[in-house]
Design a protein around this ligand. Sequence first.
Ligand code: ADP
Ligand code: GN1
Ligand code: MG
Length: 375
Amino acid sequence: MLSGGEMQANNMTHNLKEIFGYFKADGTFLKGEPYGSGHIHDTFYVETAEVTKDNYILQRLNNNVFKKIPELQENIERVTIHLRNKLREIPGSDIKRECLSLIPAIDGKSWIRDSNGSYWRMYIFITNHKSYNIVDSSGKAFEGGKAIGRFQAMLADMPGGPLHETIPWFHNIEKRLETFNSKVKEDPAGRVIFLGKDIENVFQREEKMKIILKLGREGKIPSRITHNDTKFNNILLDENDKALCVIDLDTVMPGFVHYDFGDAIRTVANKSPEDEKDLSKIAMDINLFNAYAEGYLSQAGSTLNEVEKEYLAFAPQLITYTIGVRFLTDYIDGDKYFKIHHENHNLQRARAQLQLVHSMEEQYDEMRRIINRLT
Ligand code: ADP
Ligand code: GN1
Ligand code: MG
């Protein structure tokens, strides 16, 4: 912490107190500090001086990743209004904790632009939540599944037309592979020479990964409103480890249910961190897979068609592969997209993801049996 609410992050100094002042918050700025382990935005926890008032999450938005911040914010406004309306109909809901609450800026928008050109937004801090990068029990996995199933079910009837596509082709593996291939050819950071085996691991699996897009084009699986970033630390649990709130709504937009199911399994059922260096430790835990699937299907099962259900067991392979390809692409590109904490971080992440795909492939038959039994 520097003076009077100033905070250094990513080699920039931000006056959090001044930025806080641009929002219509209830309470007086006491202090701010970096928060969480997201890979995209700069996130700060802001504590207010009054114990009875809310605390806040202040975020400097990554506008390298999100090119159209007003559209992004419009999506989040629409989604949170709709979720709040739904929660109002459920007796006993704790709306401030079960849904993100954006704080409007003084000019009425849900974001501001500071004198450096940075975009900021603010949410009420969700009290008494628990957030995990790793899941250590079936109970937590089940609750995670419930949270995402309920989230999708609640958004199914959101009025007002399609949401903006905040990142075009976000989970489109054909586009991701095109970008990967062109970066491999271009080799902008001179790293490709060291990556023979990694690139081979990607190429080997290219064809089978296109099936979900194909089913979508054939009209066999519908486009729905999906979250698209369901890693477990974006699902907050309450003090008793029960499903509380789905956060990180930046990528809520049209998608296939497989994207949310797959991304959640990628993190829920991996007993090791996303960036585990020791590949021998990486494996998908079939019991955690089972528990998440059970929680998810308890909420969303009745809305899915037969083809959607049939491909749920494949979804974790697709998304884990897609994210592995994205980490490797970013490594080849010289680390421009994801925040990294050391030089080879994106490579380590990519290798861990591709190892996890391998473990999912080995357990695919059992995963299918589990989904068949649950549906
Ligand atoms: P990123 O896109 O960088 O992952 P997130 O929106 O997920 O950013 O926020 C980063 C972290 O901040 C989350 O993983 C969570 O720990 C925390 N966080 C975000 N919003 C809230 C909130 N309203 N209340 C409590 N914690 C939050
Ligand atoms: C990013 O924002 P965060 O850290 O929750 C990324 C996801 C990746 C994830 C990998 C907008 O998620 O797509 O799966 O990192 N979000 C964006 O950990 O690119
Ligand atoms: Mg996040």
